[in-house]
Design a protein around this ligand. Structure first.
Ligand SMILES: [Zn+2]
Length: 337
């Protein structure tokens, strides 16, 4: 690993050719012991069914060593069973995010779990799973977040790494648009969805991932229109879908008895999906993302475009004790700290 250091005021910058092939990165050696990599305290097991496969699945999240990242392991398969949730390993982003390794072994619907891990600041974990799809549970990230919070989070001595967006990058597909641009310290997700269905209609929300209370985002469930259910089933999807794990909207009516969990549940769920898909960058991101009508595929296309060119981003490693306020304000980094 090649690196050199430049002193600038109190901050030590180093440039580093990291092991990630696309990363010709800058490391800002700025001081923060609290911003260290985290894992979970002990194993957590979830049992449920896959939303699309309908298959029964048991999944155990285990603590992992610093710098291992999030790793999926298909324990029902003996060989080549490791799958890394990386943007380049996304094999399908239609209706859910599926990742595959080079032998074609896959795990799908990873986005709600990844969103929970991202928001809670879990850098390292081994996710052992005995089937092809992450359990959908209640259709949101609520149960993942509650279980991880109850189990507790373990700090390490290893510094976190952050991807800082340096240039504005856009990706459009018809009326679907997404862009990400530099921001000083935060990850902002400004998301809009537009449905002809009046019950859903147009919803927009802005979430500051490291600062906002993410409860509504975590709790927001996946949704679909009643008239799309047959189409999804014809595509071999939504086999495990029911009113306990998805919101179903029929004309101006919600088929779920207890109504919505929050006023902007539809767009908040899209923000949860977006957070989960952004974590496939491998690190937390500092940038401002604006999306209209997007989804898994658009987020993946945007990230692929960002990482095509080393000038679009820097990889920042935070290693020392005190962060200069000029660069970053620790109190703003709730989910990291
Ligand atoms: Zn979702």
């Amino acid at each position: 690993m090649k690196s050199f250091f430049i002193f600038l005021d109190e901050i030590v910058f180093s440039c580093n050719i990291s092991c990630f092939p696309k990363f010709n990165s800058v490391i800002y050696k700025v001081p923060v012991s609290v911003l260290n990599q985290k894992t979970i305290n002990k194993n957590i097991t979830f049992k449920g069914i896959g939303l699309h496969s309908g298959l029964a699945v048991t999944m155990t999240i285990k603590p992992a060593e610093p710098n291992s990242g999030i790793i999926f392991k298909r324990i029902d398969i003996k060989k080549n069973n490791i799958i890394i949730p990386n943007i380049f390993n996304v094999s399908s982003a239609v209706f859910c995010t599926t990742i595959s390794n080079e032998t074609g072994t896959s795990v799908s619907t990873i986005e709600h779990l990844m969103g929970a891990l991202y928001g809670l600041g879990i850098d390292n974990a081994l996710v052992e799973i005995d089937n092809q799809e992450v359990p959908i549970l209640d259709g949101s990230a609520k149960i993942f977040v509650e279980a991880i919070s109850q189990t507790g989070i373990k700090n390490s001595n290893a510094p976190i790494k952050i991807v800082k967006i340096e240039k504005k990058i856009e990706f459009n597909d018809g009326n679907k648009t997404i862009s990400i641009e530099p921001s000083k310290i935060s990850l902002d997700i400004d998301f809009e969805l537009k449905y002809e269905n009046e019950m859903i209609g147009t919803q927009r929300n802005l979430v500051k991932v490291f600062e906002s209370d993410l409860t509504d985002v975590y709790n927001s469930r996946t949704f679909c229109l009643f008239e799309d259910i047959e189409k999804l089933k014809d595509l071999g999807l939504a086999k495990g879908g029911n009113l306990d794990n998805a919101i179903v909207v029929k004309n101006n009516e919600l088929l779920n008895e207890n109504g919505l969990r929050n006023k902007k549940e539809f767009v908040n769920h899209k923000i949860l999906d977006c957070m989960g898909d952004l974590y496939l960058a491998g690190y937390k991101i500092i940038g401002k993302l604006i999306c209209s009508q997007g989804g898994h595929k658009l987020t993946n296309q945007l990230l692929r475009k960002v990482f095509q060119n080393d000038e679009n981003f820097s990889l920042i490693e935070i290693t020392e004790k005190h962060l200069p306020n000029t660069f970053i304000n620790k109190s703003h980094l709730k989910s990291i700290a």
